[in-house]
Design a binder for this molecule. Structure first.
Ligand SMILES: NC(=O)c1ccc[n+]([C@@H]2O[C@H](COP(=O)([O-])OP(=O)(O)OC[C@H]3O[C@@H](n4cnc5c(N)ncnc54)[C@H](OP(=O)(O)O)[C@@H]3O)[C@@H](O)[C@H]2O)c1
Length: 224
């Protein structure tokens, strides 16, 4: 797939590395061209440094990997308010939480994912990749541990399918909670998981596992 990443920080770097390793083509666009070039040079093959507006052009999916208070600025740099992301799956991994304790900072009843959908008309926003530390995605698929569950939500089935594939590419198991109006609930879960992780609990134990295809299950599967 052709993936765009907006942002050059910890999560952008980890997922760029994981997706490039899985054979996807990654274009990274940060607000600082120096940091963007540095990231692309470090990761090498499969990762290009571009301007934000270039990072969202003709992409199969775009990851918005910036601090939650920067989503409006970054979407502006990518011309999202003018419809540059129309029809594109837009992954929102942001956490608007107080560092360490995980208390949600968004106003009662609001979600960052729905705010992003309002700032990027026509984009198919999918909340995903917000529950686990970035390092999780550098390990890649395989290994002895069962894959971590990437709980996600969104309104467009095709976009959920694309993001599900990108979750599997870095060793996760996708699970759809529902439509984008469930995003607030998923954002609350991040506060819970981050709070426990800071208290020393393995964050993977806080999220239910997706049964492997060979494991009999008595409940309907939410995996995609
Ligand atoms: N790191 C994790 O383990 C992890 C896990 C799950 C979810 N998340 C979420 O993913 C998002 C990114 O996290 P991160 O750890 O990668 O953060 P980070 O390392 O601090 O990187 C933040 C990125 O946002 C950019 N940025 C900040 N203000 C901006 C603005 N006004 N306009 C444009 N770009 C701006 C930064 O650019 P500059 O470098 O130029 O300042 C940088 O590229 C956050 O919402 C976080 O909650 C992170």
């Amino acid at each position: 797939m052709r993936i765009g990443i907006l942002g050059t920080g910890t999560l952008a770097t980890a997922l760029a590395e994981g997706w490039a390793r899985a054979g996807h083509e990654v274009a990274v666009g940060g607000r600082s061209q120096a940091k963007t070039r540095n990231l692309a040079d470090r990761l090498g093959r499969g990762v290009r440094a571009v301007e934000p507006r270039e990072a969202v052009r003709d992409r199969d999916a775009v990851l918005l990997a910036v601090s939650s208070d920067a989503v409006e600025d970054m979407l502006g740099l990518a011309d999202a308010p003018d419809g540059s992301l129309e029809g594109t799956p837009l992954i929102d991994p942001t956490n608007s939480v107080e560092h360490g304790v995980g208390v949600l900072l968004t106003e009662r009843g609001e979600s960052t994912a729905e705010r992003i959908a309002g700032l990027a008309p026509g984009a198919h926003v999918v909340k995903a990749f917000h529950l686990f530390a970035a390092q999780q995605w550098v390990r890649g698929p395989g290994g002895d541990e069962p894959p971590v569950t990437v709980a996600m939500c969104g309104d467009d089935p095709a976009a959920l399918g694309v993001v599900g594939e990108l979750v599997r590419a870095v060793g996760g198991a996708p699970a759809v909670l529902g439509s984008l109006d469930r995003a607030r609930q998923l954002e609350e879960v991040a506060g819970f998981v981050i709070g426990l992780a800071f208290a020393g609990v393995d964050p993977r134990s806080a999220v239910p596992h997706v049964p492997s295809p060979n494991t009999p299950s008595r409940s309907p599967s939410a995996s995609v």
